[in-house]
Write a protein that binds this ligand. Structure first.
Ligand code: PMP
Ligand code: GLN
Length: 382
């Protein structure tokens, strides 16, 4: 039987491939982005209590009201922004799902959607699964800024959406307010909708500030902003996130969401609601700042090149030109098998597999994990 190919990506996602290779070779896994340390004790306690107290049935389709209210209060406190928890906020099973649902709410066959590459690997398949065409535009190395002229050239009368991501996976770059202004200027007289992937919103480092699409009054009116609790509370495996969008967009989003998964894990939502409302946890950027700084300081004694410290996210890009001229996929496999450290080849984030000979390290790990990994890297001859 011939089954249809719903998208153009071949094989299995790189995150699964590299994590499996790490496990097979007993390598330290700095590939897939997830913390290897415990979550806040209060959060795990609240999860247990939610189950014990009988919160084990379906929660309302848009998400638990207490969780939506806690998220809205957090936006107010951190950004001074008003988000209506009833009409503008929907809880989802993670951000990957929220991105797919937003695309599905707006794309029709024949539409085009612009993707800035390197990009998280689900974007293009998600666009294609909706019968639309992905139009990749390359960010400009080495700092991976947006070349707005290239974006302008990519816009056609069929352009329905642009997906952007700040802080950026895999490069750790962040957007300035001027980036948003540039985007606003390009889309002003069009019907283009913005998907703003802000899952690393609370992971901006060096005292800098996250610039959210929600703070841009003009763009906010035409945007879906997508978030993941996993990146804030170090619990990526809970797979809970949310979408913030204006009421008409939220209605369109929920039209799809109600028939895609209907609702999200209830005890997890109770636990998150209680934890966010208590507001006692140390902000995740302070934890991650230490980790990035530590990682960068120990990496100095290895033959890898850090062109620019990550400004945000879990990730640091590095060059290996002093070690090898292998293609990055081959190099990442070699590093895993021969030296016991798994990373992600950056070419995996390009639809044409553009190879700049860069690899991505995840530094969201215990200090001892980073030390052990870097001790292994130090043994490599430059
Ligand atoms: N977008 C980006 C840029 C990511 O790195 C991730 C990582 N998981 C996601 C979306 C998805 O988040 P979630 O795990 O909540 O689906
Ligand atoms: N966002 C994570 C990363 O980039 C992984 C998510 C996934 O495995 N799909 O590593």
């Amino acid at each position: 039987m011939q089954l249809p190919q719903k998208h153009s990506a071949t094989g299995t996602t790189i995150f699964t491939v590299m994590s499996a290779l790490a496990a097979e070779h007993n390598a330290i896994n700095l590939s897939q982005g997830f913390p290897d340390f415990h979550i806040d004790e209060q959060l795990s306690r609240l999860l247990g209590e939610a189950a014990k107290n009988g919160h084990n049935q379906y929660s309302p389709m848009p998400g638990l009201p207490a969780l939506r209210q806690a998220v809205a209060a957090s936006f107010k406190k951190r950004y001074g922004l008003t988000v209506d928890p009833d009409t503008e906020l929907t809880i989802t099973p993670g951000a990957t799902y929220a991105i797919y649902t937003a695309f599905t709410a707006i794309l029709q066959p024949g539409d085009e959607a612009i993707v800035l590459e390197p990009a998280y690997d689900s974007y293009i398949p998600n666009i294609e699964m909706n019968g639309a065409k992905a139009v990749p535009v390359a960010l400009t190395a080495p700092d991976f800024h947006v070349d707005w002229n290239k974006v302008k050239d990519a816009i056609t009368p069929r352009t329905k959406a642009i997906i952007v991501n700040t802080p950026h996976n895999p490069t750790g770059a962040i957007w300035s307010k001027e980036d948003w202004d540039q985007l606003a200027e390009l889309v002003r007289d069009t019907e283009i909708i913005i998907l703003s992937d802000e899952v690393y919103e609370q992971l901006v480092l060096d005292g800098k500030k996250h610039n959210s699409v929600l703070e841009h009054e003009e763009l906010r009116q035409r945007s879906f902003a997508l978030y993941s609790f996993g990146k804030v509370y170090n619990n990526t495996g809970w797979k809970i996130g949310y979408c913030v969008a204006p009421p008409a967009f939220t209605q369109a989003f929920r039209r799809i969401h109600q028939f895609l998964c209907f609702t999200v894990n209830t005890p997890g939502q109770y636990a998150l609601a209680g934890h966010i409302a208590a507001d006692t946890a140390a902000p995740v950027h302070t934890i991650m700042q230490q980790k990035r700084d530590h990682f960068l300081s120990i990496m100095k004694d290895t033959p890898f090149t850090i062109f620019k410290p990550a400004a945000g996210s879990y990730f640091q890009i590095a060059g290996y030109e002093r070690v090898s001229d292998m293609p990055d996929m081959e190099f990442a496999q070699w590093l895993t098998k021969e030296h016991g450290v798994a990373t992600i080849p950056v070419s995996a984030f390009y639809s044409n597999k553009k190879d700049d000979k860069l690899i991505r390290f995840c530094f969201a790990k215990k200090e001892e994990t980073l030390d052990e990994a870097v001790n292994r890297l130090k043994k490599i001859k430059g």
